[in-house]
Design a protein around this ligand. Structure first.
Ligand SMILES: *[C@@H]1O[C@H](CO)[C@@H](O)[C@H](O)[C@H]1NC(C)=O
Ligand SMILES: *[C@@H]1O[C@H](CO)[C@@H](O)[C@H](O)[C@H]1NC(C)=O
Length: 353
């Protein structure tokens, strides 16, 4: 898809108005208040429906049952589940961060925004499967998501004032490593440094565009995701994957140094507290590595079902007992416990009391 085509959907006539009113407000404010606007970049940990809704396939499964199954839509129709393009049974990380800002959920997905309308809560530019580097699976790289944001800022569609008082959430959750892992390359060391450099470059670009506060996820223990731990029948996490994640996080921290306005969101520790230690406080999860929704064989995916045939996946009866929803993503309950652990540092960083 051409970026210019995507852009034309969202660019809006109110841009000029916003720019004018922003200039007025800017002079009156000197200190940053808690953000009301959020810009989201990255992959399926934060995507809320940017990938296209096509016929059911592994790539579009997030638009189909049982995705969104825990979403209780109150439209009086009695329907109880409806997929929203999120890789979860209900909410994802961007929604939980939005809640900390007092918003009901993530700002609208860039691809689904109504014509000529810019939402005051911000824009979610994240696409599932996104990575820093291009690969056949990657529809839009994280850098290209920032290109979209940049054009909207430069055109005035997103006002400078909004950017100043916003927070950016950046989730780069290991899709770059998956490409190498799938190709049978187990030593990820050579990839890690370049990825660290690229991530810091993205942070610098956001800062140069005027974003003053950035939440940057570190890498969760990827070896504990069902995709990697399946080989051990979910008995243990994959050592290579987790080692790579630790190394990634170490390099990321080094390269970021003491950059102002960036908070590393420590997903690695938050996931680890739940998965590794089976800590007593997380007893609700009877299964911390086995996913709730799972294809019967490796080539099947959660949600796979041909019309008039039985499902080719299994679905757990009680989602609140599972930390992982599918091969790679936490359940709503999983995200809730992860973000609960991170709420204090995030709110403190954002000046939310
Ligand atoms: C889900 O919601 C959308 C939009 O409201 C609707 O078009 C679609 O038919 C719904 N799907 C199901 C399975 O209820
Ligand atoms: C990463 O950045 C450092 C410092 O700028 C540079 O020396 C190094 O060659 C870069 N490595 C890669 C793989 O891009």
């Amino acid at each position: 898809m051409k970026l210019s085509a995507l852009l034309s959907v969202v660019c809006c006539a109110v841009g000029l108005f916003l720019a004018l009113s922003a200039a007025h407000v800017e002079s009156a404010r000197h200190t940053l208040h808690a953000p009301e606007t959020m810009f989201v970049f990255g992959d399926s940990f934060v995507d809320n429906g940017n990938l296209p809704r096509s016929d059911l396939a592994a790539e579009s499964r997030q638009w189909y049952y049982p995705y969104g199954i825990s979403y209780h839509k109150d439209d009086g129709s009695g329907r109880r589940h409806n997929a929203t393009g999120r890789f979860s049974d209900f909410m994802v990380q961007s929604d939980f961060v939005a809640k900390m800002l007092g918003l009901p959920q993530s700002p609208p997905a860039f691809s689904r925004a109504q014509k000529r309308y810019c939402h005051p809560t911000g824009v979610n530019f994240a696409f599932g499967r996104a990575a820093v580097y291009h690969s056949p699976e990657v529809m839009i790289t994280v850098g290209e998501q920032v290109d979209l944001f940049e054009s909207m800022v430069k055109s005035g569609t997103i006002s400078k004032n909004r950017v100043t008082h916003s927070v950016a959430l950046l989730a780069i959750s290991g899709n770059d490593y998956k490409t190498y892992y799938d190709a049978g390359i187990l030593d990820l060391t050579p990839v890690i440094e370049g990825l660290g450099n690229q991530t810091v470059a993205i942070v610098d670009r956001l800062r140069a565009l005027g974003v003053k506060r950035i939440l940057l996820n570190n890498l969760h223990p990827i070896g504990c995701t069902p995709l990697w731990s399946r080989a051990s029948k979910y008995k243990e996490c994959d050592y290579i994957g987790n080692k790579a994640a630790l190394q990634h996080n170490k390099i990321l921290k080094q390269k970021l140094g003491r950059k102002k306005g960036v908070l590393i969101v420590d997903l690695n520790t938050a996931f680890g507290n739940i998965i590794d230690h089976g800590s007593k406080s997380y007893k609700q999860f009877k299964n911390t590595r086995k996913p709730c929704c799972e294809g019967y064989r490796a080539n099947n995916y959660c949600g796979r079902q041909a019309k008039n045939y039985p499902p080719l996946y299994s679905l757990c009866p009680d989602r609140s007992q599972f930390f992982f929803w599918d091969d790679a993503h936490p359940t709503h309950a999983g995200w809730e416990t992860i973000m609960k652990q991170l709420e204090h540092p995030i709110k403190k960083f954002l000046g939310i009391v």
